[in-house]
Design a protein around this ligand. Sequence first.
Ligand code: NAD
Ligand code: 13P
Length: 407
Amino acid sequence: TQKHKVVVIGSGNWGSTIGKILAENTREHSDIFEEDVSMWVFEEDVDVPDDGTLRDQLGDKPVKLTHAINTAHQNIKYLPGIKLPDNLIANPDLQDTVRGATILVFNLPHQFMSKTLEQIKGHHLPYARAISCVKGVDISEGTVKLYSELIMEKLGIYCGSLSGANIASEVAAENLCETTIGYDGPPMDYKEPDGSSRDNLIKVDKQRQSKSSPSQLSLHRVPQNYPHVDSALLEKLFGRPYFNVQVVRDVSGVALGGALKNIVALAAGFVAGKGWGENTKAAVIRIGILEMVRFGCLWFPQSVDERTFTKESAGIADVIASTSAGRNFHSACHAVEQGVTVDEIEKKELGGQKLQGTSTTRAVYEFLDKQGQLEKFPLFVFVHDILEKRTTMDALPGLLIKGSKVM
Ligand code: NAD
Ligand code: 13P
């Protein structure tokens, strides 16, 4: 049998952490996976921290990030202080990274996804499978799409999603946590709706979402000499003693939970910045969770399972972690404390890391506005209006009244 070749596309704070997990597992399950995991790195020159061992290995002049990762086995810019396995290989060439890979794990800030997918198109195996760890939504042509869906549409390959209460620095330090993988790929014995079982191209029901996107996707079968990609294989690939994986079929709910919780995290950060305490924060979180559920039910009625938001790590647990310790939370908090915008804090404090909440809030607002549904989402609108300086935190009591009336 053939071994799966696993690659990770993206090497930021979470990208590098997931790369570490994947490389630990491909080494442990080398009967199923090729041991080396290539990680696509958006190449840049980085300063070498003033650390004796690193300076001995890398010198004291700026170096290429790929060189630092492959020599010191550390992402000194985006995940400093964490030792990466030496079978995680940084590669600055995107097309070379994906060539021949049977499992593609996407882990980029959503801002860079469209361009990256364009560059990958035609260079990947037609029968590859993908998992998206990206938190965000794509709004174009009046529809809302999840990144798992964009990957399926742009590359024509099946894509699941991974999301959970997973603050990267904690996972990288191997502190115990859970995650949720949404995967509903075609089973090994998949038959066409008419009962036939053709050799190569198959049609599967896609997790339907926006009204304009097709509900079926033509997929290539993974050749039978590869181990079948299913929940058991994904547990082997992603699960670690410190990273507890639950696989569910609700790909859209997992992806959507990860995207929308960032709006709630910004709201919680604004409240914390004002010093208003835990009760006020709990009030906005409550309204936020209801709006997440409402958004899912309205726009993904055939795919999202409401329980994903309330039962899984990708829902409620991620809201809890992200409204206490995420970058969106901290940045919103600091913005209020310092009287500046969240965008300014992102540039000043995040060292090149990218917030996902601000652009998600703006995208969701634009979509809801076009759909004439703003009044059903008072918290999402409030966060948008704070970001755009259309309102101030003094309007919060009005939000709580609206929030309790709408729900
Ligand atoms: P990050 O915020 O650390 O982002 C920086 C990354 O963007 C770097 O890898 C950088 O090389 C890359 N980059 C910069 N310019 C680029 C360009 N023009 N093209 C392509 N890449 C470019 O990234 P991250 O934390 O790894 O986030 C990836 C995804 O993971 C996000 O959707 C995020 O929401 C999600 N996530 C993050 C965490 C976390 O704690 N960091 C946890 C769970 C999920
Ligand atoms: P931030 O991007 O706000 O840090 O959130 C991280 C996260 O998604 C934790 O699950």
